[in-house]
Design a protein around this ligand. Structure first.
Ligand SMILES: *Cc1c(COP(=O)(O)O)cnc(C)c1O
Length: 366
């Protein structure tokens, strides 16, 4: 493996598994069963219909949902879902939908949702700078809301819910863009889950939407076809030319998860170990590395932290870069450092980063 790829801690697009990159490399020249480059195979081919079908099946199997859920492969990124969800599911003159404002991305959702209908911010982490997530006691959710929308993992701040939110009688809708397929989730207790590929499961260009069939019955009839989940479902995501390449790579990643990793529980166990190693470095640094997130809400995907001052942060980044690590600069909205340890980042790579961080701290404190 290109050693720099192995030590890519980018927040997104994120690292992909080495074995997948090798298959992709081969497929760019020639998909073995077709004899053509994946970049030049028609989306109307039998081969591509098979890719979509297998990917739908794999995602259903990994999430443990049945055929009462559609698996849609859409364009427009997670951002398009910020609007598509309320366009379909938010009644214009009913009770407001509950939205949680827990960080950068859930904040980006709000203006798009407001444009489509009534919403209520049921909780906001803004007063404490998005350093913690609400406990059940802090949350006063509306039992009559048409749905509850939240972001399972706040990519920028490094906050992650480690439990299911809300009540079963209110529809759950979740943006899982940065922790999709990183751990088992009780998917059948969600009405709709969306996640773009480029953080954890593939390249940019495709967004996975998993939506329960019966929710679509009442969607407005006047939506543009492209923005109507029903037309996308009827067309098996081939309503127009889909991102064939991105979809194919996501298929390879799901095969890798099922065959090489051994499923989501196995993936979650590895992800736990990786995160524990980095948080241990923070916790044993006597305040040199200061974690952003409250301990109970720490993300297993994005470890966000600060050093004592900006000069040290600059030096840390430069030395990390020189040592072969990349992607460690925090999101421009919050600054600091962020190590994103998505599925494809190995425990070995995390251990190397942890050792580097220990060494860096000791040389600065001498
Ligand atoms: C990165 C990110 C987004 C933005 O997704 P786009 O595909 O760029 O629209 C949305 N939600 C979350 C949780 C993210 O991490």
């Amino acid at each position: 493996m290109n050693p720099r790829n192995a030590m890519n801690f980018s927040g997104g697009p994120g690292a992909l598994p080495e074995s997948v990159l090798r298959e992709v490399q081969q497929a760019i020249m020639e998909v073995p069963e077709v004899g053509l480059s994946v970049l030049g195979i028609s989306h109307r081919s039998d081969w591509f219909a098979g890719v979509v079908e297998e990917l739908e099946t794999n995602i259903r199997r990994l999430l443990g949902v049945g055929n009462d859920y559609h698996v849609l492969l859409l364009q427009g990124g997670a951002t398009q879902q910020f609007s598509m969800v309320p366009m379909s599911l938010l009644p214009p003159d009913g009770a407001p939908a509950d939205y949680l404002h827990t960080g950068y991305w859930s904040g980006k959702v709000l203006p798009s949702a407001r444009r489509e209908g009534p919403i209520r911010v049921a909780w906001s982490g803004e007063p404490d700078g998005f350093r913690h997530l609400p406990s059940d006691e802090e949350l006063a959710l509306n039992a009559d809301a048409p749905y509850l929308h939240y972001v399972s993992n706040e990519t920028v701040e490094g906050l992650q819910f480690h439990r299911l939110l809300g009540h079963d009688h209110v529809l759950r809708i979740c943006d899982m863009s940065s922790d999709f397929l990183s751990r088992p989730v009780e998917a059948q207790r969600f009405g709709l889950i969306y996640a773009h590929a480029q953080k954890n499961v593939g390249p940019a260009g495709v967004t996975v939407v998993v939506v329960r069939d019966d929710l679509l019955e009442d969607a407005p009839q006047d939506l543009p076809d492209f923005l109507d989940y029903r037309s996308q479902a009827r067309a098996h995501s081939i309503l127009n030319t889909p991102p064939v390449f991105a979809i194919y790579v996501v298929l390879l990643v799901t095969r890798w998860l099922m065959q090489e990793v051994g499923g989501l529980a196995a993936m979650a166990a590895i992800n736990q170990q990786k995160a524990a190693r980095l948080y241990e470095v923070l916790d044993e640094s006597h305040g040199f590395y200061c974690g952003r997130a409250a301990k109970q809400d720490r993300s297993l995907m994005n470890v966000a932290f600060n050093l004592p001052d900006q000069a040290l942060e600059q030096r840390f980044l430069a030395e990390a870069q020189a040592a072969g690590f990349s992607g460690l600069k925090g999101h421009r909205a919050v600054g600091g450092m962020r190590a994103s340890i998505y599925n494809a980042v190995t425990l070995e790579a995390v251990e190397q980063l942890a050792d580097f961080m220990d060494r860096f701290r000791r040389t600065q404190q001498r």
